[in-house]
Ligand binder design. Sequence first.
Ligand code: COA
Length: 727
Amino acid sequence: MRVIIGHYAQDCGFESIIMTYRQGTFMSKELVHIEKTAPGIVTVTMNHPPVNTLNQGLRDSLYQNLKQLNSDPRVKAIILTGEGEYFSAGADISEFKTGFKGATLVQIQKQLENSEKITIAAINGDALGGGLEIALACHFRVTHATSRLILPEVTLGLIPGAGGTQRLPRLIGIEAALSMIVSGKAISGADALQLGLVDYLTKESEGLIEKAQDYAKDLIADGIQGIPTCEHNERLQTQMSRDELIASCQNEFDTIVRKVGLAAPTACVDAVLATLEKSFKEGIEFEQSLFLNVLMSEESRALQYIFFATRRAAKLEQVVNAENLAIHKIGVVGGGLMGSGIAMSVINHGLRVILVEADATKLKACLERIQQNFDISVKKGRFSVDDVKKRMQLITGTTDINELNQCDFVIEAVFEDMDIKKEVFQSIANAVHPKTIVASNTSALDIDELAQSIEHPERVIGLHFFSPANVSKLLEVVVGAQTNNHTIQQSLLLAKSIKKNPVLVGVCPGFVGNRMIFKYVEQANQMLLMGNRPQKIDHVMEEFGFPMGPFAMSDLTGLDLAWQPTRYPESVQDVMCINKLLGQKTRQGFYQYDETGRKRTPYDKPFNLLQNFARKNEIEQIDFEDNIILKRLIFALINEGFKILDEKVVKRASDIDVIYIYGYGWPPFLGGPMYYAEQLGLNKVLTTLDHLAKQYGDDFKPPETLRNMVKDKSKLKDWGKITYSHK
Ligand code: COA
């Protein structure tokens, strides 16, 4: 049993130090608990909910308390752990902007690493960034099989700045450390044991502290001394050359560069490789100088902005009563590509699903599709066969819509047609409790009109998942005129529990993401008809940082999406669809595709057909320079974003950025289209839009508000402030 030191004081003779601890505790608002958990063994628990970020208060308190414990001869071992589900989420990211004050992580690490006591990190839950770096400075680490250990700094455009690049290689070797630090990816407690990052593993999180104590007792009994991590130089021995080490993390490097730019991944590699020739002390100094360089980078600022923007977008402000998730069973109606993807996202996170299809054949096809998708994940090593079995047990397929009466939340994912959706909505409403939330996965239809088709429209909401729904992180949560706060809050909680990034948006055709992308694709199509090949236009956008350009993207989503069949072509989409050039699914679209349907090669057929169409319609041919292509496409997005802000479809500009980063492949290190516009300078953006409007038409005509904002020198954050006025 753990005994709080205050209660234990009289028995164990720790009185002299209690006051100091209490004062420390008092001064730091109980950010650290000190408990004597066994004779000579003290547990130090970080208590800074929700995720134990190492802000100034926690750092000060940890430092003071560790210093006290180190000076007490009765203390033989110090166990450091975290309260709640996290060991620690690391440095407080907001302090990167304001500057770090008070005790530093390095001071805390010195207390742990150079201590004469045995220091053990009992990693009770995820240890991220500075949290893991503190654990690295302990003499020993114990954890459980499912905790996650991560140095995610690179994903914020940074490098580990508290010795992580120098200590991790000393524990797990240079090659493994490069992989972890360059990718910013988590490893499980179980894998950490294999690598030598932890010394002792428990199966469950429960009882971890007791096991850590037993571990400490054994070490004390065996007279084992803690060796500072910085002295573990033996793991730095490697047969690999510098070039071989760089090659070993090339894939991780290339993947992360697309998200965060070159600066941080390059600095990560340099810092870790410094362990080949520098002493620990020199390595730490080198790490510090690299850290300060990347901290100043534009990429890092953009990535930190997106971190907080993502969390802001997922909240309903001015909430009087915050709610807990009250959803146990979710209905999904329609088992096509979207429906099955949605069902997978839900069961992937342990929630139950009832999946309704129109008939037995469709239902079978849907369940098979889900199983096949999971089988691919097993082959790729993402899940075990057992994981898949457990997931499949969470899903019940049925053709009887009345079985939805067990659900507290139903998501409709049938064909994108208002009449069909209304009919399905009515059947759902007849089957479920009047309070059951009914969501539509429409990507563009009017949620208010749908809501009117059933009783209690206040429980209707749009949940626009993006394809593939089990993979894409974005969820547009479409709030109708009558949607109530309970429905919004539950939808946001559901989104969080299935690990999506939700953004609240209002009702308008295409909502936010698609409305903007239509304008972007429209510009790309115009330039294509003017004689600019798809691969040339795509190349420009891919060089900018998009994972694929507009034509490769259209091929991926399918050209027949929302196409109204006609025999007389009036648009690029008509020409493509009439000629059955539908994209990856037919292996022919703007490109030709190999048998996997993924690898593209340029294709003359669509270009020639479109050239014929252009000739018939007397479209002027202009060979555009890359910078003009880039401007037309980027400013089409930006200007539509301004209009969306002006119409108050979103609450803030950063919501649009979150949508574009997670749903449309905008390069995260450029912070999203609205952030990008602000970095360019709104003044310059206005001038460019005026110029583009004169040359290429009204789509570039900016809203008057932008002109006024430029006049007033306002910031984008002041635009689009709306209050959702719901019951
Ligand atoms: N610094 C500052 N705030 C942080 C933080 C950090 N390192 N980590 C989490 N938070 C805050 C979030 O902003 C959020 O605050 P809010 O409730 O006011 O919006 C709160 O802690 C909970 O975080 P959230 O992301 O909503 O919870 P989650 O359970 O989904 O995820 C983490 C938790 C720790 C996995 C995730 O927040 C994360 O990845 N944090 C960043 C960790 C990191 O990069 N550390 C290294 C910094 S260099």
